[in-house]
Design a protein around this ligand. Structure first.
Ligand code: NDP
Ligand code: 8X3
Length: 250
């Protein structure tokens, strides 16, 4: 039977591109997100090519995560690949003026949500003695920038958790891949700037940013590596980006 992948944040951007890339690799897909209409649309688009199953839950809601994973029908319970992609930045500003609700959204979603999903899915992988977890981190997890401290901290936590998962799960035949993208043009900045389209567009002005497909291609490469090879860490930057906040714009 084809392998099964569980993708969080499949309704947009990088997660959506990973779903499309995995469909080309003939995976069966468990597509997750909060926007049901987008999950339905994606299921319709991919449904002719591969088997899909959708789960609607907020990764920040521990009970909802546990209920959603436990609700999977028997033939969807063996998960070969988990992609922890769901996440966002919320707001930007100095720490003394920070919006505590935004901080909660980032820490709860990017860190605790990733943990809740991993806690629910990984025991099955341990039981099967095989699996692959791909964590979508960020260049922001490796380099902290001004006015983004909490988002950067949430992604630094993802970097640490990728290492921790590798230490704990390698002995159970589970590979861990940490993927750290630079600037990718998705709905990310629109969410960060709370729907301000002009401000979001400015982030990608004057250079060619990465596309979600660029990241999905790397994830597809990592999950397609031979059994004896683990692609442990991938950092992907736009060619005009030298560091988290150093982008050469024309
Ligand atoms: P998008 O905003 O386009 O996509 C975010 C996805 O995450 C959506 O599918 C959204 O689905 C889902 N999501 C967000 N919060 C939650 C939640 N609380 N519960 C469930 N699902 C959630 O952004 P990207 O595709 O760019 O972001 C994907 C990942 O990539 C994030 O972890 C982000 O931090 C990371 N990243 C992005 C970079 C970029 O420049 N774009 C660079 C480096 C890393 P829905 O709203 O339907 O729930
Ligand atoms: C998203 C990339 O540089 O905007 O993780 O933080 S950045």
């Amino acid at each position: 039977m084809a392998q099964t992948a569980f993708i969080t944040g499949a309704t947009s951007g990088i997660g959506l591109a990973i779903a499309n890339a995995f469909a080309k690799l003939n995976y069966r897909l468990i597509l997750c997100g909060r926007r049901q209409e987008r999950l339905d649309e994606l299921q319709q688009t991919l449904g002719n090519e591969i088997d899909t199953y959708t789960l609607n839950f907020d990764v920040r809601d521990r009970a909802a995560v546990e209920t959603a994973v436990a609700s999977l029908p028997e033939d969807w319970q063996t998960i070969d690949v988990l992609v922890n992609n769901a996440g966002n930045a919320h707001g930007m500003g100095p720490i003394h003026e920070g919006d505590v609700d935004d901080w909660d959204a980032m820490i709860d979603g990017n860190v605790k949500g990733l943990l809740y999903v991993t806690r629910a899915v990984s025991p099955g992988m341990v039981k099967n003695g095989r699996g692959h977890i791909v964590n979508i981190s960020s260049i922001a997890g490796k380099q902290t920038y001004a006015n983004g401290g909490v988002y950067c901290a949430s992604k630094a936590a993802v970097e640490a958790l990728s290492e921790g998962m590798r230490l704990d799960l390698t002995q159970h035949g589970i590979k861990i891949t940490n993927v750290a993208p630079g600037a990718v043009e998705t709905e990310f900045s629109l969410v960060r700037f709370k729907g301000d389209e002009a401000r979001a567009a400015k982030i990608y002005e004057g250079f060619t940013p990465l596309t979600a497909t660029d990241i999905a291609d790397a994830v597809a490469y990592a999950v397609s590596a031979p059994a004896h090879v683990t692609i442990a860490d991938i950092t992907i930057l736009a060619s005009a980006q030298a560091a988290a906040t150093t982008i050469y714009r024309k």
